[in-house]
Design a protein around this ligand. Structure first.
Ligand SMILES: Nc1nc2c(c(=O)[nH]1)N[C@H]1C(S)=C(S)[C@@H](COP(=O)(O)O)O[C@H]1N2
Ligand SMILES: [Mo]
Length: 199
């Protein structure tokens, strides 16, 4: 197993409001999936970063477990208006995974087992903002919540946090993902209430 940083928190707690506009608090953990839950065993799991020049960087499950992990405590905000505060996860920061990747890309298209995709600026994956998470609340991530591993990107609406993540394509241009192609906002900042295109 890699090294853990137990004191780590996703972002500093400030005295500001914890609930973005239009959101309500929920204590349970709703499941939102656009299709059936893909069953991916850790032995078959692979995570691949592909650069704009086609160069591939691959991690097996064992490779992921060998990397230093963090335990972020973060608030999550779904565009269907539920928010959940102080959720605790364990995962590997994208800063670690992307540290040796040479790229001139400005955008990322995240791919999941099952075919789901979501897009975001590459810079939103860096600087302690995003993780490949494999534990939630101290337990292995349940399949319905994206196990064995999902993207955790709490500063944008939770549809950007791709469950069953299998790879990230680094791109020079911005290619809309599944919900972004269906009228949802390209960026999706909950604090600016960017739910739909034009918000
Ligand atoms: N692969 C995949 N990832 C996904 C989704 C999905 O349908 N498929 N739904 C998104 C949406 S809309 C939300 S709100 C969160 C829900 O995560 P949860 O089911 O763990 O609450 O996952 C996001 N990631
Ligand atoms: Mo969502």
């Amino acid at each position: 197993m890699g090294i853990k940083s137990p004191g780590f928190h996703g972002r500093p707690r400030s005295s500001g409001p914890q609930l973005p506009p239009g959101q309500y608090l929920t204590e349970d953990f709703p499941v939102l999936s656009a299709g059936p839950t893909p069953r991916v065993l850790p032995d078959q799991w692979e995570f691949v970063v592909t650069t704009e020049s086609g160069q591939k960087h691959r991690w097996s499950w064992a490779d992921l477990m060998d990397l230093p992990s963090e335990e972020p405590t973060v608030d999550i905000h779904c565009v269907t208006k539920w928010s959940k505060l102080d959720t605790t996860w364990e995962g590997v920061s994208l800063d670690v995974l992307l540290s040796d990747v040479e790229t001139a890309a400005d955008f990322a298209l995240v791919h999941s087992y099952g075919g789901y995709t979501t897009n975001l600026p590459l810079e939103d994956l860096l600087d302690g903002q995003a993780w490949i998470a494999y534990k939630y609340d101290g337990d292995d991530l349940a399949p319905e919540h994206g196990g064995p591993a999902r993207l955790l990107l709490p500063h944008l609406y939770f549809w950007k946090s791709a469950k069953w993540v299998r790879g990230i394509q680094l791109r020079l241009d911005d290619e809309p993902g599944f919900w972004e192609s269906a009228g949802y906002h390209d960026y999706g900042d909950p604090w600016r209430e960017q739910r739909y295109q034009g918000d």
